[in-house]
Write a protein that binds this ligand. Structure first.
Ligand SMILES: [Zn+2]
Length: 181
């Protein structure tokens, strides 16, 4: 469909809370999903990284996250739950501030539920990089950026000082087939 402009840190539109998608709006949001994948592909071609994007990053204030790791997965109304008590410290990046890395501490594992483009519900368990990636994206839907979660004033670095960051993904993105209450 179209490569859209990615909103950058400092743009107040990134701080807005997004609204849930209703089932009858599915056809309306499908072009947004396509644009998110196209925009991410262009960013990835330009920068060599970028695995997920949230709708507000292209100025669409709907609860949609798109991820491409091996295959494309669109997540509608994603909700993070079941945060583990153990946490890990990570340096995170973001397409809305491509040159900056931010150190923060997040639960190491969590669960994510979402609906796909056919309104099918999915529940997945996430660990390590996948957990960090999706917690970051769902934060975007609440208008929260990684810079707001920085551990302290020493938690910022320019990407060029860490050239090898983030080449391989660790952890898992594992669908739960049987519902666990
Ligand atoms: Zn981001």
């Amino acid at each position: 469909m179209a490569v859209r402009k990615i909103l950058l840190l400092g743009n107040p539109e990134l701080l807005r809370t997004c609204t849930e998608v209703q089932q009858h709006e599915l056809n309306l949001v499908k072009p947004v999903i396509r644009d998110l994948f196209d925009t991410m592909a262009q960013f990835q071609a330009d920068h060599g990284w970028g695995r997920a994007i949230a709708a507000p990053q292209i100025g669409e204030h709907r609860r949609i996250v798109c991820m491409r790791v091996d295959k494309e997965i669109a997540m509608i109304n994603p909700v993070v739950s079941h945060h583990s008590k153990d946490r890990i410290t990570v340096w995170e990046d973001c397409m809305s501030f491509p040159d900056l890395l931010v150190k923060l501490s997040n639960p190491r594992r969590c669960r994510l539920s979402y609906r796909d483009e056919h309104w099918q519900e999915h529940i997945v368990e996430l660990e390590d990089d996948y957990a960090q990636l999706l917690q970051h994206e769902v934060d975007h839907l609440d208008g929260v950026l990684a810079v707001q979660r920085a551990i302290d004033g020493q938690s910022f670095a320019l990407r060029q000082t860490m050239p090898d960051k983030n080449l391989q993904l660790s952890g898992y993105f594992r669908e739960i087939t049987e519902r666990i209450s």
